[in-house]
Design a protein around this ligand. Structure first.
Ligand code: GAP
Length: 514
């Protein structure tokens, strides 16, 4: 199945099974805003718990906070967001549609890549096992021609972005590449302008004195401005970290690909404060630690790659993304940045307060350097759902849709099913559920045939199902069915907790990180 079709199916699956709904749907939705349903919220909470515990429980020197979304507006001046948190925009005069100039160009680069990949796929089919891809890529005339155009465009684009960005040059690239508006099909473009991504609102009365405030575009600044509070009250010694999970808001112009790019989303960020000069060592360590966290979910190492930034923000001295293989290619899920002492120094300057750390080991004060790990909950959710979504053909020719979610993240861990709705089986099933519900999330289901019930649980990724039958009343055993293998075994009710709890717990997942 084409990856585009997989993605469409995933989006409708998310809706059909209560994972993600478009926001305000009965009013025809609100662009790039989504609600999480009864299954989605459980998966999301489990992702957050996995992250939080990996930070705060596994590291003695990392603590958490929960800062407010509203903050003093000067914070965003100090952080640079008021002046520089912009996207370059271009309008098509015929369709009146607005686009991000950089995204139009990146899409054009992706088109060259697609052309190359098509040539490679065609040749692979033609030559079969004898096909040497590396040789084909380095010798085929058409591939080389596309590659040369792609590289030249990439180079020109990188230079334009590095130069400020150079808005005139971005427009010129769009004209030279003859990029057309997907709606009107024309090249009738306006100038390129900068557009600030922060949402604003007013605090206080709307008469005199109302203050313009921003909805935070990242949670990180809430950590920076609480650095001193936490360091002093927690008697924290450098190196130490502060973790936070919370909502962030960006008025994204090109909001697309479902929950990949949203206007309201959630971040899990950790700022790690270190001694100046040690930051690149810590950057390396956090790069490895974070990749290990991702890989522990078991989707396969080939789903991940680093993308080291060539172009660094003026305050960063190293930055990398962890990218995940989504149905629409490798995409950023997490950013790891060495942010120097930029943010703390800026807040010192703008607030007039000293934010220094006195290091007793060297008897000196300094402004700490910071390594940041920043991951979007929603993007993580999307990566997990897209890797977990499977359509399988069964021996009897039927297909089943199954979410092969890591058991520790699955919304429901166990489905409890009486074989029939009579003969005391529902009562026995309830009795089992009443005991197990204290240990993990269970769902009771007695409607329809067992086959249909299994399909329903597969579709929401429930790792285990148990069936209570007449035999159960005599031998106190149930049939335990595994979601992935579909194998069934007879186990004693008294053993259920032992067998299942360990496999579905976040603690077990965390132990693999040690
Ligand atoms: N404090 C650093 C920071 O915010 P970022 O690269 O802009 O860095 C970090 O964002 C992560 O937040 C991204 O890797 C992504 O997972 C998530 N993210 C950013 N913008 C998003 C959006 N519009 N929708 C969903 N997730 C987003």
């Amino acid at each position: 199945m084409a990856q585009e079709d997989v993605f469409k199916k995933l989006v409708s699956h998310c809706k059909e099974y209560g994972f993600v709904f478009p926001s305000s749907e009965i009013y025809d939705g609100l662009g790039a805003v989504y609600d999480y349903g009864q299954m989605g919220v459980e998966l999301k909470n489990n992702i957050k718990q996995y992250w939080w515990q990996s930070m705060v429980l596994l590291h003695e020197n990392i603590v958490g906070i929960d800062s407010a979304i509203f903050m003093h507006p000067t914070i965003w001046k100090a952080s640079g967001h008021v002046d520089a948190f912009n996207d370059p925009l271009i309008d098509n005069r015929d369709s009146k549609k607005r686009y991000r100039a950089d995204v139009l160009i990146e899409d054009q680069i992706a088109k060259y890549d697609e052309k190359i990949n098509k040539e490679v796929a065609k040749a692979a089919k033609k030559y079969g096992e004898a096909f040497n891809e590396a040789e084909f890529r380095s010798t085929n005339a058409r591939v080389l021609e596309h590659q040369a155009k792609r590289d030249a465009l990439h180079e020109r684009y990188a230079q334009a972005m590095n130069a400020g960005p150079d808005l005139n040059e971005l427009r010129q690239i769009i004209l030279d590449e003859e990029i057309v508006c997907p709606i009107s099909g024309t090249k009738n473009w306006t100038e390129v302008r900068q557009f600030n991504l922060m949402f604003t609102t007013e605090m206080g009365s709307t008469a005199d004195g109302a203050m313009k405030v921003y909805l935070r575009p990242e949670t990180a600044q809430g950590i920076f401005v609480n650095y001193l509070n936490v360091q002093k009250t927690g008697r924290m010694k450098i190196p130490f970290g502060i973790a936070q999970i919370g909502k962030a808001f960006r008025n994204e112009i090109v909001a697309r690909q479902f929950i990949f790019r949203m206007r309201e989303f959630e971040q899990m960020e950790m700022q790690f404060f270190v001694k100046p000069g040690t930051e690149l060592e810590w950057f390396k360590k956090w790069k490895e630690t974070r990749l290990k966290w991702h890989k522990a979910l078991g989707f396969g190492d080939d789903h991940y790659r680093y993308h080291d930034h060539e172009k660094l923000a003026h305050y960063a001295n190293a930055a990398t993304d962890i990218e995940f293989l989504m149905p629409f290619g490798f995409k950023e899920v997490e950013g790891i940045h060495s942010r120097t002492n930029f943010d703390l120094s800026q807040h010192e300057k703008f607030s007039g307060k000293s934010i220094k750390y006195f290091d007793p080991e060297i008897n000196e004060s300094y402004t700490p350097y910071v390594i940041e790990t920043s991951i979007g909950v929603d993007r993580m959710f999307l990566s997990i759902m897209s890797a977990a979504y499977c359509e399988e053909t069964l021996e009897n020719g039927e297909t089943r849709v199954v979410l092969k979610l890591p058991a520790a993240l699955a919304p429901v861990k166990l489905a409890v099913m009486p074989l029939v709705k009579k003969d005391g089986l529902p009562e026995k099933a309830r009795e089992i559920m009443n005991d197990l519900k204290f240990h993990f999330h269970c769902q009771y289901d007695e409607k329809d045939s067992i086959g249909k019930r299994y399909r329903r649980q597969d579709a929401i990724g429930t790792p285990y199902c148990i069936t209570i039958d007449h035999q159960t009343l005599e031998d106190n055993c149930v049939t335990l069915r595994n979601r992935d293998t579909m194998k069934q075994e007879r186990v004693a009710i008294s053993e259920l907790n032992n067998i299942i709890a360990d496999k579905v717990s976040i603690t077990s997942l965390l132990k693999t990180l040690q």
